[in-house]
Design a protein around this ligand. Structure first.
Ligand code: P6P
Length: 335
């Protein structure tokens, strides 16, 4: 049983043997993510003080303006994961293609690939609203000692061995799963140590918070429109409360603790929604299910979707099980 105030390092050592692939490699990988999170946290926390805020005048493959901290976070996670010689490949929202890390070296016995959104919600940086890092970890499917291929990255979310996020909020937290529940660790910035502050996190089955950009309401499918009106109706335990931060990690984190649902549906403007399957929806869906929640594209389980492209987008509905079930009911019955 997890002990409160245990450090992340102590927790990893204590639970390493319980991980079915326990070879110490995944522990070292989580430790490297911990280091990168502390480095990025340091920059995020002082962003208002130094010239690191603002766009760099470049755009990523998504066509989105790259904020300086986006690039910084991307570089730091790639550098940390590369320097520790733990993985054989990495894919990032900020990189057009996946990056092979010495995987062509026949002596490279590393078996994990990592997919990351290095700084999600970066448009919030300039206005001092919380942002996050999202990561997803798989075992490679191609033979060890050969170059990684796109097949190592285009795996169903149900194949993940670990996933998590860092939320740079009022405090900085690392929340992750290796398939045996979800645990949250809070950073003590004075000593640079993460402590187990939220053991065994679970979504309440029901919630009263819905998170969606209602500015897109007229473009939503009828089933989503009907669900939003359902949330606003004076009946039973409703109306619910609308809370939307514009940062998936922050909305997810609040909803997991308090109960709630996050929606980024498809629309007539974005037929597949906005969020990326591989390094946003899959890791958050793995966490949601490990915390007794659900994650769908409105109808289908996210973790069952077979990826076809590295940066593909999917509609995303995630949170308290009974709320996600209700959305599915409206979507199946929409006329
Ligand atoms: P919109 C941030 O860019 C993000 O990927 C999520 O973190 C966030 O929930 C969503 O997009 C916000 O998008 O279109 O509502 O501004």
């Amino acid at each position: 049983m997890s002990k409160k105030n245990q450090t992340l390092g102590e927790y990893i050592i204590e639970h390493q043997s319980s991980f079915k692939y326990s070879s110490g490699e995944l522990s070292r990988l989580i430790n490297s993510i911990r280091l990168a999170a502390k480095v990025v946290n340091h920059e995020v926390n002082k962003a208002g003080l130094v010239d690191i805020i603002g766009a760099i005048g470049d755009t990523n493959i998504q066509g989105e303006d790259q904020q300086k901290l986006d690039v910084y976070a991307n570089d730091k996670f790639i550098q940390t994961l590369t320097n520790r010689n733990i993985i054989c490949g990495i894919a990032s929202e900020e990189e057009d293609d996946f990056i092979s890390i010495n995987s062509q070296d026949k002596n490279n016995q590393n078996k994990y690939v990592v997919l990351i959104d290095p700084l999600d919600g970066s448009s919030n940086i300039d206005v001092n609203v919380s942002v996050g890092t999202i990561f997803s970890i798989y075992r490679r499917v191609t033979p060890i000692g050969t170059p990684v291929t796109i097949d190592d990255f285009l795996q169903k979310g149900s194949e993940q061995v670990a996933a998590g996020y860092v939320v740079y909020g009022t405090s900085t937290m690392l929340v992750y799963t290796t398939g045996d529940g979800v645990n949250g660790f809070t950073l003590n910035p004075a000593i640079g140590t993460f402590y187990l502050s939220h053991p065994n996190l679970k979504f309440p089955k029901d919630g009263k918070i819905y998170s969606v950009n209602e500015g897109n309401y007229i473009h939503f499918p009828q089933g989503i429109k009907d669900y939003i009106k359902y949330c606003q109706m004076e009946q039973d335990d409703r109306p619910y409360t609308s809370r939307y931060i514009g940062s998936l990690v922050s909305d997810f984190h609040r909803n997991m603790i308090k109960g709630g649902i996050y929606l980024y549906p498809k629309s007539s403007k974005n037929n597949n929604g906005k969020l990326r399957l591989l390094y946003e929806c899959n890791p958050m869906a793995f966490l949601a299910e490990q915390a007794d929640g659900r994650a769908t594209d409105g109808i289908n389980r996210i973790l069952d979707i077979i990826p076809t492209e590295l940066h593909q987008r999917v509609p995303f509905v995630c949170g308290s099980k009974n709320m996600v079930d209700k959305v599915e009911e409206f979507m199946l019955n929409q006329n």
